[in-house]
Design a protein around this ligand. Structure first.
Ligand SMILES: [Zn+2]
Length: 382
């Protein structure tokens, strides 16, 4: 964020930032804040009052009318005239220059961002509940809404004179009470012309770019922590079916010479879970819209027979699912992990499937590879 101010205003800000901070008189400020909250408006002279109690540095700026007006303008703080509610007999009313309570909190937040001790937390907490109910937020409401999350982490702020070209030297550094780091440059008359104000907890956002994982095929924003975290979750899940590992549960099963587990309505939940994950892998690989398995929890449909394909290491290397449609059985889907394809895992079971399910149909669409597989293995059985 960049603000352009006159040299005189920058000098007043510099002097203000160098004032020794005094303890805020919390009792007085909170009493005034409650009055502002009740009224919804803060009168111009009250702003001066509050700064007298909050931060001596800001208070000194307020004594320079022209500089303060420049700051209001820079921060886009709009004043409005508010009036005493007239009584029936009144023919004239008193008007006061004032800003809304939300604009006032916005001012406190902006001043804090440039290094002053204008802690707005008390007011932010009071205003937040109502803001959370709103569908749309104004500029000042948005700052209040985000305040707790963004406090002391805001983007670097630059203040400079209008025609600053970056050739001034004589730099000075200042660290404020809250930890803002301020670098200032001065001209030959020793007047500040440029400020760089870095918030104490500001972290430069790293550049993010879309990356697709070669293993799990997931596309995420590299450099964005939350996006990377979703990739790790997706990746871990996909590795379960792409790079299957031996499972203790399978080792424990009594499966003499069997390279599969039949999963029916009565099977344990974990077997349904593994079926679901392969149905999900099938959907993902062939970009179908639905997962062709009821749920991870299982089902109570007698007309569904799932098969988990097991290898000699007790790992689940794939699965297929048969479904009885009225009278006929059909092969609903089959998915084998890529590194285990063309290793006869289906071929080894084809004869058994034919014996159990008769001349079952294969749910379309059927790939050319599958078509020639069926042709070859059916003819072998004749
Ligand atoms: Zn991945």
């Amino acid at each position: 964020m960049k603000y352009t101010f006159e040299s005189n205003t920058l000098e007043i800000i510099w002097n203000g930032l160098n004032e020794t901070p005094k303890r805020t008189n919390q009792f007085v400020t909170e009493k005034l804040y409650l009055k502002f909250l009740e009224r919804g408006w803060v009168l111009e002279y009250e702003i001066e009052d509050i700064f007298y109690h909050l931060d001596r540095g800001v208070y000194s700026i307020f004594l320079e009318r022209k500089s303060m007006d420049e700051i209001y303008k820079g921060f886009e703080i709009d004043f409005e005239t508010i009036y005493d509610k007239p009584k029936a007999t009144d023919s004239s009313v008193m008007g006061y220059n004032s800003i809304s309570i939300k604009n006032f909190v916005f001012l406190l937040i902006q001043l804090e961002k440039i290094g002053f001790s204008t802690n707005p937390i008390f007011l932010v907490e009071k205003l937040l509940p109502a803001l959370k109910q709103k569908k749309y937020l104004s500029k000042s409401e948005l700052e209040i809404f985000w305040y707790n999350k963004t406090r002391l982490k805001n983007e670097t702020i630059f203040l400079s004179i209008e025609n600053y070209h970056g050739f001034f030297l004589n730099p000075k550094k200042l660290k404020t009470e809250l930890g803002f780091k301020i670098n200032v440059e001065f001209d030959e008359e020793n007047k500040p012309v440029y400020f760089e104000i870095v918030a104490p907890k500001f972290r430069k956002k790293t550049f993010t770019y879309p990356t697709t994982c070669e293993e799990c095929d997931y596309t995420w924003q590299k450099g964005d922590p939350s996006s990377s975290a979703s990739h790790r979750r997706v990746h871990k899940r996909a590795m379960n079916w792409l790079n299957p590992q031996p499972l203790e549960r399978i080792k424990e099963l009594d499966k003499i010479n069997k390279d599969y587990i039949l999963v029916t309505a009565d099977s344990p939940k974990w077997q349904h879970f593994e079926m679901y994950e392969r149905a999900y892998a099938f959907k993902k690989e062939f970009r179908y819209d639905f997962v062709q398995y009821q749920s991870r929890e299982g089902h109570n449909d007698e007309n569904i027979h799932g098969y988990l394909f097991i290898n000699e290491n007790d790992s689940i290397i794939g699965a297929c699912c048969f479904r009885k449609n009225e009278l006929e059985w059909g092969l609903d889907w089959i998915w084998i992990c890529p590194i285990q394809r063309r290793k006869n895992h289906l071929a080894n079971k084809w004869k058994m499937f034919k014996e159990l399910y008769g001349n079952f149909y294969v749910e379309p669409p059927v790939s050319d590879e599958m078509k020639s597989f069926i042709k070859k293995h059916d003819s072998l059985l004749l």
